[in-house]
Design a protein around this ligand. Structure first.
Ligand code: B12
Length: 211
């Protein structure tokens, strides 16, 4: 891994926002791509923070500092990241499910989908099943993307799929699920159409399903 990537990952883990943004600028000036910054430094930094939190080395404020640094870094590289086609292939609704406030992964999924040519309606975090139903009725999207980061809130994914079924909308949309604790097995169990462990895979799955 290049020195740039090592430094960026470390600064993100330590929540050093100002230094992180400067390091990102320097790395991009040296030709490192936004996608590489994301996959090889920023996302791995979030895993390190999670490990430290699990071990009791980090507490909630540390996690919040890291998350804030990550969000600002994403903002800084967003334009480069979504460079892509301007053709609009289909409409996708994305949201973090009820009870869950984690949105970094969902925001990356949104960016990647936009870069991949999709029109994205972002419902934000803590989105109730009823809200998903309401928006699917009003917007008729082809895809619904559900994100969850907490083992407990994965159940809200099941609830959302059930709510869409009860509203007679299940056959009208393709439902994708993801987020660190989500697995293919869980996706199958709750009747989702697809699962991907990362945002790039999510766009590939959508492309495959469209064809
Ligand atoms: C940053 C963070 C926070 C930040 C969130 C800031 C934000 N704006 O999101 C803050 C500090 C606010 C936070 C709060 C909490 N957190 Co937190 N958090 C994390 C941390 C460190 C990183 C999460 C992250 O952003 N990862 C990086 C992103 C890029 O990864 P990702 O979300 O998985 O997304 C990728 C893929 O999964 C996929 N993907 C994501 N969504 C979707 C959707 C679809 C459709 C598809 C196909 C793909 C896909 O694509 C993404 C990019 O490739 C994790 C640790 C970890 N290992 O995950 C803990 C973690 C998730 N948090 C945890 C906990 C416990 C909490 C709190 C309950 C703490 C507390 N005591 O209050 C609260 C939750 C409050 C709530 N109700 O939501 C636990 C969850 C444990 C569990 N098993 O349930 C973790 C695992 C930490 C730990 N090791 O214990 N947290």
């Amino acid at each position: 891994m290049s020195d740039h990537l090592v430094a960026i990952k470390d600064l993100c883990v330590r929540g050093k926002r100002v230094e992180l943004l400067a390091a990102i600028k320097a790395a991009m000036a040296d030709g490192i791509e936004a996608k590489t910054l994301m996959t090889d430094a920023l996302i791995p930094a979030m895993s390190v923070i999670g490990e430290k939190y699990s071990k009791g080395e980090y507490f909630l404020p540390h996690m919040m500092l890291g998350a804030r640094a990550m969000s600002e870094a994403m903002e800084a590289i967003k334009t480069e990241l979504v460079k892509g086609t301007y053709e609009r292939k289909a409409k996708a609704v994305v949201g973090t499910v009820a009870g869950d406030f984690h949105d970094i992964g969902k925001n990356i999924v949104k960016l990647m989908l936009e870069g991949g040519g999709y029109e994205v309606i972002d419902l934000g975090v803590d989105v109730s099943p009823e809200r998903f139903v309401e928006v699917v009725k009003a917007e008729s999207p082809r895809f619904v993307m559900l994100s969850a980061l907490i083992t407990l809130t994965m159940e809200s994914m099941r609830g959302t799929i059930e709510a869409l079924s009860s509203a007679g909308l299940r056959d009208k949309v393709l439902i994708g699920v993801g987020g660190a604790p989500v697995t293919q097995k869980f996706a199958d169990e709750i009747g989702a159409d697809f699962y991907s462990q990362d945002a790039y895979g999510c766009v590939e799955k959508c492309n495959q399903l469209l064809h």
